[in-house]
Design a protein around this ligand. Structure first.
Ligand code: GLC
Length: 577
C-alpha cells in the first residue's frame, strides 16, 4: 500500500477511534462511531437454532458470536426479539420489555449483549412503535370500552359516523386499513396487518410510554435504535378524504406528517441525547428535503436515514438498468455530501437476496457477482448494512406454491390478487422473485442436515444450495465470498477514505460499468465494477502507478489506463500520485 495512504489511515484511526467511541459525533470534524461502523443485520428467526425447535434463538446467536466477530463488522442490528404473537414475525409486539419465548429470555439477551460488547461490537435494537400487536395489553384495554383510559392509545372511528374515510393497508387482504370491531361498535386503524393496530402518536401518553421503553433498553446498554416504519407515525387525525389512487404513493400521503418532527425532537431530548446511542428511521419521506429534515445534525432529531429509492430499483422480473442504479446512488450521495448521513444497503428482510436481484445467481456468476455487490456496499459513503448470509452469497429460494410461503405480506397479497381476479400465473411468478421469504431462509452454516441451522424442522426450508454455499466450506476456501467479504471489510475499516471521502462518478453513460473515485485530502481510490456477464473495456484515470487494493478475480488485465473487465469483476485501485 502506498505510504501516504497507509500513514494517514493509521493516524486517523489512532486519533479518531479512541475519541469516536466516547463521543456521539464530533461537532468539528463530523466524525462519529456510527458513521465508521459496518452493520451486520441478523434475522434472529433464521440465524441459529440452539434448542431444535426449528426457530433461531438468542442462545444460537451467542454460539455464533465468534463468527460474527470474525467478519470484522462492528455493529449488529437484529430484527425484533420482543414478545409477540408473530403475525408479522415479531413486528407485532405484545410486550416491549419482554423477549419472545421462541428466542429465549432476558438472561439470554443480557449474555448476548455482553458477548457482543466484549468483542467490540455495538448492538442496534429494532423499535416498532408505529403500531403494536392487537394482543398488547394497551390494545386489549383500548378495545374493551369507549371510555377505557387506553382508548386513545389507538385510532378509533365510531360506527355511528358511518364508514371512515378510506385508508389503504399494506398487509390487509382487502387493502382496507380500517377494521370494524363489534365490542365497541367502532373501526380501528391498521396501516399494516389487522393484528398490527396503529398507535396514536398524537396522544402524549403514548409518546411517553415509547420514550420510557427506549430508556429501558438504553439503560441495558443497547447502542442504537432502528425505528420501524416511523415515517408513518404521525397522522392527520381529522382524517381528510385522500385523492383517488393515493395508495400508489403511500409514502407521500402517509409519510412525514407535520407532527413527526415534533415527536422526533421530543424523542431526541428525552432519550437519544441522554445516551451514547444513534437512531435511524426506516424510510426518509419522498424528497431529499424530507430526508435531510430527519437527520441534519443541527436539527437534533435522528442521526441516519435510509431511503427506499435504491430498493425500488429492479423490483420486477424484467430486472433493472445500470444507468438507473447509478443515478439513484449518485444523486443521493450528492444530496448528502455536505450534511446528514445515509445508510448503504442492497438487501434486508423485506426484499429478495441481493445477488438474485442485482447480481447473477447462476452457478457461473453467483460468487463473483456477490463479491462485486459487497465491494459496492463497502466502498460507498454512508454506513453499510450487510444482511446475514450475503457475506456467503446466499440466493433466493424461489417458492412455486403459495403453501410454501410464511410471510403475511405474501399470503395476504395472494388473497387480495385472487379476489380481484388478477392473472395468478403472473402474480406467482412475480412473488417467486420478489417475496420477502426469499431473504429469510435459514443461515447456511455447514453441509449437515438443514445446513447446521437446526436439528429440528426449520420454520422455513433451507435453500438446497447449502451443500455448496455455507460457512464451513467458505471458511476454508481462500477465494470464497466469505473471505473476500472479510478482506473488503478490512480495507474499509483501515482506510477512512471509504467512510468520509468525496464520491465522484466516472463513465456515467457506460451501460455495463459502474466506476467512481473516493477522495479524502491526498488519498484517492478508484472503484470499478462490471455489472454484467459480458466483458467490458474501461478507460480510467488511473495515474502512473495504480496499486490494486482489491480484486475479485486472480488477475488484472490492464495496459496503461485501459482495463479489460471480466464479467462482474470488481477492482479498487489506489490512484494517489
Ligand atoms: C417494516 C419492517 C417490515 C414490517 C413492517 C411492519 O417495514 O421492515 O418487516 O413487516 O415494517 O412492521
Amino acid at each position: 500500500m502506498k505510504k501516504s495512504l497507509l500513514f494517514l489511515s493509521l493516524l486517523l484511526l489512532v486519533l479518531g477511534c479512541a475519541e469516536n467511541v466516547k463521543k456521539k459525533e464530533d461537532s468539528i470534524t463530523g466524525r462519529a462511531w456510527w458513521k465508521e461502523g459496518i452493520i451486520y443485520q441478523i434475522y434472529p428467526r433464521s440465524f441459529k437454532d440452539s434448542d431444535g425447535d426449528g426457530i433461531g434463538d438468542l442462545k444460537g446467536v451467542i454460539e455464533k458470536l465468534d463468527y460474527i466477530e470474525s467478519l470484522g463488522v462492528n455493529m449488529v442490528w437484529m430484527n425484533p426479539i420482543y414478545s409477540s404473537p408473530n403475525a408479522d414475525n415479531g413486528y407485532d409486539i405484545s410486550d416491549y420489555r419482554g423477549i419472545m419465548e421462541d428466542f429465549g429470555d432476558m438472561d439470554d439477551f443480557d449474555r448476548m449483549l455482553k458477548g457482543l460488547h466484549d468483542r467490540g461490537i455495538k448492538f442496534v435494537m429494532d423499535v416498532v412503535v408505529n403500531h403494536s400487536s392487537d394482543e398488547h395489553e394497551w390494545f386489549r384495554q383500548s378495545r374493551s370500552s369507549r371510555d377505557n383510559p387506553f382508548r386513545d392509545y389507538y385510532h378509533w372511528w365510531p360506527a355511528e359516523k358511518g364508514k371512515p374515510p378510506y385508508r389503504y393497508s399494506l398487509f390487509d387482504p382487502k387493502g382496507d386499513a380500517w377494521k370494524y370491531d363489534s365490542v365497541t361498535d367502532a373501526y380501528y386503524l391498521h396501516y399494516f396487518a389487522q393484528k398490527q393496530p396503529d398507535l396514536n402518536w398524537e396522544n402524549p401518553k403514548v409518546r411517553q410510554e415509547v420514550y420510557d421503553i427506549m430508556k429501558f433498553w438504553a439503560e441495558k446498554g443497547v447502542d442504537g435504535f432502528r425505528l420501524d416504519a416511523f415515517q408513518y407515525a404521525s397522522k392527520d387525525t381529522t382524517w381528510p378524504e385522500l385523492p383517488e389512487g393515493f395508495e400508489k404513493n403511500v409514502i407521500k400521503y402517509y409519510g412525514m406528517q407535520p407532527n413527526l418532527h415534533k415527536y422526533l425532537k421530543e424523542m431526541n431530548e428525552q432519550v437519544l441525547s441522554k445516551y451514547n446511542v444513534f437512531a435511524v428511521s426506516e424510510g426518509a419521506g419522498s424528497t431529499f428535503e424530507d430526508a435531510h429534515s430527519l437527520v441534519d445534525a443541527d436539527r437534533k432529531e435522528l442521526q441516519m436515514a435510509y431511503h427506499f429509492e435504491g430498493m425500488d430499483v429492479g423490483n420486477s422480473l424484467e430486472g433493472y438498468k445500470l444507468s438507473e442504479f447509478k443515478e439513484v446512488y449518485t444523486k443521493w450521495d450528492s444530496a448528502f455530501a455536505k450534511k446528514g448521513w445515509l445508510s448503504i444497503f442492497l438487501a434486508n428482510h423485506d426484499v429478495p437476496r441481493m445477488v438474485s436481484k442485482f447480481g447473477n445467481d447462476s452457478t457461473a456468476f453467483r460468487a463473483v457477482s456477490s463479491k462485486m455487490l459487497n465491494t459496492f456496499i463497502l466502498s460507498m459513503r454512508g454506513t453499510p448494512y450487510v444482511y446475514y448470509g450475503d457475506e456467503l452469497g446466499m440466493t433466493n429460494i424461489g417458492f412455486d406454491s403459495i403453501s410454501q410461503y410464511r410471510d403475511i405480506a405474501a399470503i395476504n397479497s395472494y388473497e387480495k390478487a385472487l379476489s380481484e381476479g388478477e392473472d395468478m400465473e403472473a402474480f406467482m411468478a412475480n412473488l417467486k422473485f420478489s417475496s420477502r421469504d426469499n431473504g429469510r431462509t435459514p443461515m447456511q452454516w455447514d453441509t449437515t442436515a438443514h445446513a447446521g441451522f437446526t436439528t429440528g424442522d426449520p420454520w422455513l426450508p433451507v435453500n438446497e444450495n447449502y451443500i455448496k454455499v455455507n460457512v464451513a466450506l467458505e471458511r476454508k476456501d481462500p477465494n470464497s465470498c466469505l473471505n473476500y467479504f472479510r478482506e473488503m471489510v478490512n480495507l474499509r475499516k483501515n482506510n477512512p477514505v471509504f467512510v468520509y471521502g468525496d464520491y465522484h462518478l466516472l463513465l456515467p453513460d457506460h451501460q455495463q460499468l459502474y466506476a467512481y473515485t473516493r477522495s479524502l485530502g491526498e488519498l484517492q481510490v478508484l472503484v470499478v465494477m462490471n455489472f454484467s456477464e459480458k466483458p467490458a473495456t474501461a478507460i480510467l484515470p488511473l495515474g502512473d502507478n495504480p496499486e490494486v487494493l482489491i480484486n475479485n478475480y486472480p488477475d488484472v488485465d490492464r495496459a496503461a489506463s485501459t482495463v479489460q473487465m471480466k464479467p462482474y469483476q470488481a477492482l479498487i485501485f489506489n490512484i494517489e500520485d
